[in-house]
Design a binder for this molecule. Structure first.
Ligand SMILES: Nc1ncnc2c1ncn2[C@@H]1O[C@H](COP(=O)(O)OP(=O)(O)OP(=O)(O)O)[C@@H](O)[C@H]1O
Ligand SMILES: [Mg+2]
Length: 271
């Protein structure tokens, strides 16, 4: 690998929860090449969002070192853009103004900013909704606004935390196609957190499987399938089985069945 654009070296993170230390990340080591697409999968609470927050520079209290282009991360920077787990649009701002928030620290004139905002509104297909407010958008449209806001400052590294989690299956597939098209044009290094193994295989060059308590790397899986990837192909199916096995073979793995239902007697569920 050429010199990595992102490097996690012996990264650890603990939180103080009610006077107790909770180790959220344990000895995380990972190098990411320029232009690479890495997906991170793992059960809830294994530290995926925490890792992104550390890389984007929102939390600087951690063990080890995270570097971008060989420089230690010490805070936020416009070469790193993030799309959060919830879209976090401001309800009192229009689509254009929400996207414009991604440019507040950029040394651009008002006209240049407007041009950039318009370009990204076009990119995510929301030209007719430029002056709309978040409550006038569907969930998928709101997510597209959040993605445009993450991209508008032309980051070299894009961090996506479950960006399509709340979308229906069809919109989700459309958004995945759009993300690939955007990447094709902009060649951005991308790190995507997802619960969806199929999404990871469809998009990523490499998948990091995490395990919880404390959050750490369990397995790295290369996805050497050519694009465009066919979800119905044999190779895709085999990788899916392999990843699902990795995810569920954890002794601590808790299937995501709500406790109330799991604990009910079967006769009750049948009613
Ligand atoms: N600010 C915080 N204070 C205390 N504990 C925290 C804080 N943020 C995260 N944690 C804990 O760190 C662990 C990892 O949380 P994180 O949000 O990174 O998980 P995740 O993998 O993103 O989960 P999910 O898939 O549910 O989004 C969890 O046990 C969580 O309770
Ligand atoms: Mg999370």
């Amino acid at each position: 690998m050429n010199a990595p654009i992102v490097s996690f070296n012996h990264v650890g993170k603990s939180f103080d929860v009610d006077g107790f230390e909770l180790e959220a990340i344990h000895e995380f080591n990972l190098d990411i090449a320029e232009g690479e697409f890495v997906a991170i999968v793992g059960s809830s609470g294994c530290g995926k969002s925490t890792l992104l927050r550390l890389l984007v520079g929102l939390d600087t209290q951690f063990r080890g070192q995270i570097s971008v282009d060989g420089q230690a991360v010490k805070g936020v920077g416009s070469e790193r853009g993030i799309v959060f787990q919830e879209h976090r649009l401001f309800p009192w701002l229009s689509v254009a103004d929400n996207i414009g928030l991604g440019l507040v620290n950029e040394p651009l004139s008002a006209a240049q900013k407007q041009q950039r905002i318009n370009d990204f509104i076009d990119l995510v297909g929301l030209r007719d909704f430029t002056r709309a407010y978040p409550h006038q958008l569907s969930g998928g449209m709101a997510q597209r606004v959040a993605i445009a806001r993450g991209l508008v400052a032309s980051p070299r590294i894009l961090l996506l935390d479950e960006p399509f989690g709340a979308l229906d299956a069809l919109t989700r597939q459309q958004m995945q196609d759009e993300l690939l098209a955007i990447r094709e044009r902009a060649k951005i290094t991308t790190i995507l957190v997802t619960h969806d193994v199929e999404e990871a295989i469809f998009l990523a060059d490499r998948v990091v499987v995490m395990e919880p308590r404390p959050g750490r790397i369990k397995q790295l899986v290369d996805i050497a399938l050519a694009h465009p990837r066919q979800r119905s192909s044999f190779d895709f199916h085999q990788l899916r089985e392999e990843l699902l096995h990795e995810l569920t073979s954890d002794d601590h793995y808790q299937p995501s069945v709500p406790v109330q239902i799991r604990d009910l007697p079967l006769t009750f569920i049948a009613c």
